[in-house]
Design a protein around this ligand. Structure first.
Ligand code: F6P
Length: 552
């Protein structure tokens, strides 16, 4: 039986019919306790979902859906180390990466298949800390004996987005003298200008690739190696300029990385869930092992909350259920992520991978096609900038686009008046999207202005009317500190897992990324050799012909 034929699903659908005619204005008017009953707090995070087009009864029915999908058992299976990533026959143990980070050492094991993974997790955490301390203290020396001053993380997808996103989010506490950079793109326009700013004698590259076969990462790493050789000479000790993070250490050694500078990740960590592992090494170098530990502690606290809190008060569960409500019952096709904090500028891109690579699937874990929509398109941009760009469509474009507003109450960069204005804009936008402006209100405003004739007012009223009823949640953080950010990211990770569980999706594989890689492998040689284009489709042949004319 599919989830859509369950009585729980039908109950939510029937409830949707009843509640959908009510505007958010009416829902707010009907319940003076709405904000208290439709918000949750966890440590330094307030999750206000009162502006979702839902009420307490919606949650009750959605919770039935979670029970129908056996969510409690699924959570127990993940934390119990079962091989829930069935298509790859792997356990899903990213929560082990933050276990025992919050100080109260449980001493508990974290079973991964046949063994406890905690010894290697903790040993790796210690090695990372020692490595980061040496760099931060100026004790790591390059081949000429000068201290390393610049660190470049070379990786892509999960080997880039999480550490880069948190590196920006925590830039206020970054080491003042060490530069940490991220290179992911094949496009030389990213690496070439960066290299121009770097001194090869004082630069270290951390090559991060779980597989150590990813084309983008290896090409960038080879270019970095060539640049070092060209500048430092063929006999330079290049090993002092490289570290690697990989599940395939042999490949990193073959590349030329010193085995002592190779850090492991494991097949039980998906790339997009891996920032807590040695994949976060560049981040740890930037913010220090102590702050990195606080980040892990925040995530561990969210893990505990997710594992133990009743579903009705469980942030990841409630957040996921609301996303399912918006997607499968209200019919939303996308979800906007709108941080009102410059330091969170990479959060939308991080969440795009986390959500869309995990749940952007139309076949269930059992191989059966899904008879409902799965993950919406996640997109977003800094909210304040977006107000002057695409918010017009959110307000009056006639499309249902649920939004996540994310802000921190306290600023790390408190210029007089800026933070207050930023927060006012954040709160104003979610209110304006929710409540809109009726035609009568628009007309009254125009009339009060006194400068327009009646005909002109009539003409303007439709333009100045805002339908509102655009659903949103606001995640208001007390501040952007490592612990709160750890909790926030773990919250989204678990939200993804809950959605995948209810949709019957394996959130931990990503077969959809493979075809394009294979096709690129066939096209690449045809760029140089037209004869190899013969078997390609007509469009690709045409593109290749044009590209060949202009490539050099
Ligand atoms: O192509 C997608 C992907 O496999 C992601 O899932 C992953 O995060 C990224 O590529 C990088 O992979 P790797 O760490 O193996 O280089």
């Amino acid at each position: 039986m599919t989830i859509t034929s369950s009585s729980a699903w039908r109950s939510v659908a029937a409830h949707y019919q009843a509640i959908s005619p009510q505007h958010l204005r009416e829902l707010f008017a009907a319940d003076p306790n709405r904000v208290a009953s439709l918000s949750l707090a966890f440590d330094g995070i307030l999750f206000d979902y009162s502006k979702q087009r839902a009420d307490a009864d919606t949650l009750v029915r959605l919770l039935e859906l979670a029970r129908e999908a056996r969510l409690a058992e699924a959570i127990a299976r993940m934390f119990g180390g079962e091989r829930i990533n069935v298509s790859e026959d792997r356990a899903v143990l990213h929560c082990a990466l933050r276990r025992d980070a919050s100080g109260n050492k449980s001493g508990s094991s974290f079973p991964g298949g046949d063994c406890d993974v905690m010894p290697e997790v903790l040993a790796t955490r210690e090695r990372m800390a020692a490595f980061a301390h040496r760099l931060r203290d100026g004790l790591a020396l390059g081949s000429t004996g000068q201290a390393i001053r610049q660190v470049v993380n070379i990786g892509i997808g999960g080997s880039d987005l999480g550490p880069k996103m948190l590196g920006s989010a925590l830039s206020a506490i970054a080491h003042p003298a060490l530069g940490v950079h991220y290179v992911s793109n094949l496009d030389g326009a990213q690496l070439a200008p960066l290299l121009q700013t770097l001194d090869p004698r004082t630069t270290l590259f951390i090559v991060v690739s779980k597989t150590f076969t990813t084309q983008e990462t290896l090409l960038n790493a080879r270019t970095a190696r060539d640049w070092l050789l060209a500048n430092l000479g063929a006999d330079a000790a290049l090993q002092t300029h490289f570290a690697a993070v990989t599940a395939k250490p042999g490949r990193a050694v073959a590349f030329g990385v010193d085995p002592d500078a190779i850090f492991p990740i494991w097949d039980w960590v998906g790339g997009r869930f891996s920032l807590w592992s040695a994949v976060g090494l560049a981040l740890m170098v930037a913010i220090g092992p102590h702050a990195f530990g606080e980040l892990l502690a925040g995530a561990e606290r969210m893990d505990e909350h997710f594992r133990t809190a009743p579903f009705a008060r469980n942030l990841p569960v409630v957040m996921a259920l609301l996303a399912i409500w918006n997607t499968n019952f209200l019919g939303a096709c996308s979800n906007a992520v709108l941080p009102y904090n410059e330091s969170l500028r990479h959060l939308p891109a991080f969440l795009q991978q986390l959500e869309m690579e995990s749940n952007g699937k139309s076949v269930g874990a059992d191989g059966e096609p899904l008879d409902f929509a799965s993950n919406p398109i996640v997109w977003g941009e800094l909210g304040n900038n977006g107000q002057h760009a695409f918010f017009q469509l959110l307000h009056q474009g006639g499309r249902l686009i649920p939004c996540d507003f994310i802000a921190a109450a306290r600023s790390d960069y408190p210029l007089p008046g800026h933070q207050e204005a930023l927060l006012a804009n954040c709160f104003a936008q979610s209110a304006a999207l929710a409540f809109g402006k009726t035609a009568d209100e628009a007309r009254a405003e125009l009339a009060a202005d006194g400068s327009l004739a009646a005909g002109a007012i009539d003409a303007l009223v439709p333009q100045k009317t805002f339908p509102g009823n655009q659903p949103s949640s606001t995640l208001l953080l007390a501040r952007l500190d490592p612990q709160t950010l750890g909790s926030l990211i773990a919250l989204y990770e678990h939200k993804v897992f809950v959605q995948g569980t209810i949709w019957g999706i394996n959130s931990f594989d990503q077969w959809g990324v493979e075809l394009g890689k294979a096709v690129a492998g066939r096209i690449l040689p045809a760029i140089a050799d037209p004869a190899l284009a013969a078997g390609l489709d007509a469009s690709t042949r045409g593109l290749l012909a044009f590209a060949r004319q202009h490539l050099r």
